[in-house]
Design a protein around this ligand. Structure first.
Ligand code: CAA
Length: 379
């Protein structure tokens, strides 16, 4: 692994930083307060090529590597974790899966508009009774010859109402267990496809999270991804990459909170000196900086292994497990360093603390990451 970023990496990092500071920062508190989706800002991210960063330009993407991707997400999450997850889901869970596993026809029809950011996508695996236990899918897709009939409910779907294209995982043959699961591309507006009310969440309130209901939805056969029974392997492969995106989001949240706490500690005075000059505060910041550096190295290692085409199930899970813990710990300490000001919205850190929590839950809880990691430790 090369620790030096290229000129191109630095340029992308700077572009994401500039965008976050000029376009996201201004309205982030209001969007959080009113659970408002950043519609205009998502369009700007599309114009910057941030919604299909790793997709080949022939399919409408930016053709960049995973290092560029994690740098961009981190910069965006420093300011607005909601915008970061919208971006992460579209890039990692939707575009990456379509590019790697879909046929040419499916790519031209669905991947191109998603990678350009003309539309955004959602990944629908979780169900009311199948979150961590993802093989227990209750949503069914029954083979009817030229189409499948899709029935069931999906839960906690990021981009739930803002998406136009949905990747839906469903059981096609219960007898075969996880080998009887398939993934389908479903379009918004198809008969029998309904979107439930927006979830009221602790954090990442700028992103829209919904349940989705499918009642006798006719899915054309050509919308199945890969060979029959490939759906679970597809979901696992996609999530391995997705976890690097969420690890970067967590790293960004931690770094954003640390930056604010460091600045505040040099401005705020107590007992006759800046609070940074009190060892109790300086030591907190030393720990935060160290943990953030360790998280960053894990994220970059996972991204560089992805670029090298290696198996990233271990490195992606380690990056997510550790970076999400750092996001939680760092944001709690950032609130503590801000004292009373940390508890009010205008100082940002209380939102960051609420936003951090989800990084330990979605795309595999921390407990699931430990399962994934432990299974890679023995052959
Ligand atoms: N990478 C590749 N393959 C994997 C894998 C991984 N990380 N984990 C499991 N598999 C494969 C196994 O090798 C096995 O394949 P074979 O039968 O061909 O050998 C198959 O998947 C089944 O695996 P297990 O027997 O281990 O199944 P299990 O039921 O014991 O456990 C699990 C599987 C790892 C716990 C899995 O269910 C899992 O990852 N759960 C978490 C799901 C998740 O991350 N959900 C997040 C929802 S998406 C989301 O949050 C999106 C959003 O909007 C932000």
């Amino acid at each position: 692994m090369d620790f030096n970023l290229t000129e191109e990496h630095l340029m992308i990092q700077q572009a994401a930083k500039d965008f976050a500071n000029t376009e996201l920062l201004g309205g982030v508190i209001e969007r959080d307060e009113h659970s408002k989706f950043p519609t205009d800002q998502v369009k700007m991210m599309a114009d910057l090529g941030f919604l299909g960063m790793m997709v080949d330009p022939k399919y409408g993407g930016s053709g960049l590597d995973s290092i560029s991707y994690v740098l961009a997400i981190t910069e965006i999450a420093k300011i607005d974790a909601s915008a970061a997850v919208i971006m992460s889901v579209n890039n990692s869970l939707v575009c990456a899966g379509l590019e790697k596993y879909c046929n040419e026809e499916q790519k031209m029809k669905y991947l191109v508009p998603l990678a350009k950011g003309d539309v955004i996508g959602a990944f629908c695996l979780s169900e009311p009774e199948a979150g961590s236990d993802a093989t227990s899918q209750k949503t069914t897709a029954i083979d009817k010859g030229d189409h499948y009939l899709l029935n069931g409910t999906k839960n906690w779907i990021t981009n739930g109402s803002s998406a136009s294209t949905y990747i839906v995982i469903a059981q096609t043959d219960v007898e075969k267990g996880h080998k009887g699961i398939n993934a389908f591309i479903v379009e918004k507006g198809w008969a029998g496809f309904d979107i439930g009310p927006k979830e009221k969440k602790m954090g990442i309130r700028g992103s829209d999270t919904h349940s989705l209901m499918f009642s006798d939805v006719k899915v054309p056969k050509e919308n199945r991804i890969g060979e029959d029974g490939f759906g679970f392997a597809f979901a696992m492969a996609v999530l391995n990459g997705g976890r690097i995106g969420i690890a970067s989001q967590a790293l960004g949240i931690a770094t954003g909170a640390y930056d604010l706490a460091l600045k505040y500690s040099q401005e705020r005075k107590a007992f006759g000196k800046e609070i940074f000059k009190h060892q109790a505060i300086a030591f907190k910041l030393a720990d935060m900086a160290t943990q953030i550096m360790a998280a960053k190295l894990l994220v970059l290692k996972a991204a560089s292994e992805k670029d090298e085409g290696k198996d990233i199930s271990q490195s992606g899970a380690m990056a997510k497990l550790y970076a999400s813990q750092v996001a939680m710990d760092t944001t709690i300490e950032a609130v503590q360093i801000h004292g009373g000001n940390g508890y009010v919205s205008e100082y940002h850190v209380e939102r960051m603390m609420r936003d951090a929590k989800i990084t330990q839950i979605y795309e595999g809880t921390s407990e699931i990451q430990r399962i994934v990691i432990s299974r890679t430790l023995v052959s």
